[in-house]
Design a protein around this ligand. Structure first.
Ligand code: ZN
Length: 599
């Protein structure tokens, strides 16, 4: 098949418009159809990227206009052209500073192919060539290109010019950053990795980033390929946009697009591990793990992706939850953080799951299936209605790992499960053998990899809503799990989440809480407790003057109407759990724990 040719130029940075041209040498004689994806893999929500296409025209080889009309919200059909090429020219509005879509202004350009490149229907398997053009003007003289998309002959690395992809699926799986950015490189088991940081930053310790990420990447490569240490990619790019307040990442087959707080990046000359930097490394570790788990080991429902509509799978607990388990575990195994820090992170995850009563109503399998309409479209009732397949999924992974280790005398572990998944589904995925994990295959795969039948633990963890027996499972590793009282021991609470420190607008009211019993709702603006002004910032301090069970008078606005209500305060809320290792220096439990945390 002749290649599909694309060219993209940041045409009007001030108006946030990319201009894209798409040329086919042999369009469908019956009238070529084109479509834009409605979602981006990794972010399970219909986003209807076609709404950002502002103008679109089609031309024949002679440069004359060809009639083109919309067929549905994301599809166009051109009138038949008798011979020669068919060219589309269209503008895409790009003003989404997230990792999921496209953004353009005079400081940075960023795009995912799924937001800017129309697919020519019936030609998805054709190779693609994309020319990335520099914006006009001296202000852009120092702009460069960062992407894991392979360069075509004649294009220098980080240069504007032609890039290539084997097919449309690959074209839209390599995001592209344009602009001025900081750059560091390192090799992980021989494979080059780039770290690209865009946005205005000061004194970022790029050397430390390279050292820390190299350790994490090498630990992950060794987990999946303990003998050969073969990385799943020929080159990898960590692409980060630093902003004042942001967090997020999206995985791709040979790169990740990340957004982080600029304050979280490490500072030259300050070697301490800040909480922000640990969070950033955890995010990098998470997205890198996806290079195996979901970009190559995939649910059968994603093979291939159908980008025109929702793709349902009940396995996101495996692809996101297990990835969330390994992201922090890899930090401790690569010695980026210590055991105490790691247990702190686990305790937070346990608290995060146990805080919401939604966990008693939805299983992680259901949460996965309904991600499109629930996890990705959360509202004020979400804590009472859903469970996170990320957070609970990571605890499911923990439970399975501990159970496998305990019942095989620590000879097998979840690592063996990941390696079997990798061998069977992942390693050859882009080498001509695309196959995915069946919806009901995981239990048997665990048994095949480890010899352990997880039985009722598996069924309850994945399909049930009872809390996981984590304390029991942690005991053989010499680790205790205890609740930690949130706003101090014995202090009462309303059972709410507040939107911001500035005022006391309720973001969520937990099921069965003091606030709910008193008729308070999400959206209510609390103004006073017993006649004293309340804000998000001083709520805990005000409540700490009372004992649990005390009755207070609350003034609140709903739809600007003042209401007065009496609230009988709850006991303290458990917001996190404390995990502690407390065994003797030389014990079986300690040895078991070391094998778990050192890999
Ligand atoms: Zn993820």
């Amino acid at each position: 098949m002749n290649p599909t040719r694309y060219a993209i130029v940041p045409k009007h940075p001030a108006a946030h418009l990319f201009e894209v041209t798409l040329t086919l040498t042999d369009p469908d004689p019956a009238g070529q159809r084109f479509a834009l994806p409605t979602w981006i893999p990794g972010s399970y929500m219909v986003r209807e990227f076609a709404r950002n296409i502002v103008t679109l025209q089609a031309f024949n080889e002679a440069g004359r206009k060809v009639r083109i009309a919309k067929v549905d919200k994301q599809t166009w059909q051109a009138a038949p052209v008798k011979s020669g090429t068919l060219t589309l020219r269209y503008e895409v509005y790009a003003w989404d500073m997230s990792v999921r879509a496209a953004h353009l202004d005079d400081t940075v350009g960023f795009f995912n192919g799924s937001s800017v490149f129309l697919a020519a229907e019936g030609r998805e398997d054709a190779p693609c060539i994309v020319e990335i053009k520099k914006p006009a003007g001296p202000a852009y003289a120092n702009w460069r290109v960062a992407t894991s998309l392979p360069e075509a002959r004649g294009t220098k690395r980080y240069g504007f010019g032609e890039y290539r992809a084997q097919d449309y699926d690959e074209l839209v799986d390599h995001p592209v950053t344009l602009g001025e950015f900081e750059l560091a490189t390192f090799k992980a088991h021989g494979v080059p990795h780039d770290i690209v940081i865009g946005g205005r930053t000061v004194n970022v310790d790029m050397d430390r980033l390279a050292t820390d990420l190299q350790r994490i990447c090498e630990a992950q490569i060794a987990l999946f390929e303990p003998k050969s240490k073969e990385a799943p990619v020929e080159r990898y790019v960590f692409m980060t946009q630093a902003v004042s307040d942001g967090y997020g990442g999206l995985e791709h087959r040979a790169s990740t697009a990340l957004i982080c707080n600029r304050a979280d990046l490490p500072v030259r000359g300050r070697p301490e591990m800040s909480e922000g930097y640990r969070t950033y490394l955890g995010l990098c570790s998470h997205e890198y793990f996806h290079t195996w788990n979901v970009k190559r080991i995939k649910p059968a429902a994603f093979v291939p992706y159908d980008l025109s509509r929702e793709n349902y799978t009940s396995l996101l607990w495996l692809f996101e939850g297990f990835t969330s388990y390994y992201d922090d575990l890899m930090l401790v195994r690569s010695k980026s953080i210590g055991e105490v820090d790691y247990f702190g992170l686990l305790g937070k995850a346990v608290g995060g799951v146990l805080r919401g009563s939604g966990r008693l109503k939805q299983s992680v399998a259901e949460s996965s299936f309904d991600a499109w309409i629930k996890y990705y479209r959360q509202d004020e009732n979400s804590p009472n209605a859903i469970v996170s397949y990320y957070q609970k999924g990571s605890l499911v992974a923990l439970a399975f790992d501990l159970a496998i280790r305990a019942s095989t005398n620590h000879k097998k572990s979840l690592d063996d499960v990941m390696r079997l998944l990798w061998r069977r589904y992942g390693r050859q995925f882009y080498r001509g053998q695309p196959a995915g994990v069946g919806e009901n295959d995981v239990k048997a795969l665990i048994q095949e990899a480890t010899g352990v039948d997880l039985g009722a633990l598996f069924d309850e963890a994945v399909h049930g809503t009872r809390d996981l027996p984590l304390a029991e499972l942690l005991a053989p590793f010499g680790v205790t799990l205890e609740p930690e009282l949130g706003n101090g021991s014995g202090k009462p609470s309303l059972g709410v989440r507040v939107r911001s420190a500035a005022d006391c607008t309720l973001a969520a009211v937990h099921d069965g809480s003091a606030a709910q019993k008193a008729g308070l709702s999400a959206g209510d603006v609390l103004v006073a407790i017993d006649g004293l002004r309340v804000t998000g910032a001083n709520l805990d301090a005000l409540l700490s003057r009372y004992l649990p069970g005390a009755s207070v008078e609350v003034h609140a606005f709903r739809r600007d109407e003042l209401r007065v209500t009496r609230v009988k305060l709850d006991g303290a809320e458990v917001v996190r759990y404390r995990l502690e290792a407390g065994d003797k220096a030389r014990s079986a439990a300690r040895t078991a724990r070391e094998r778990w945390l050192r890999g």
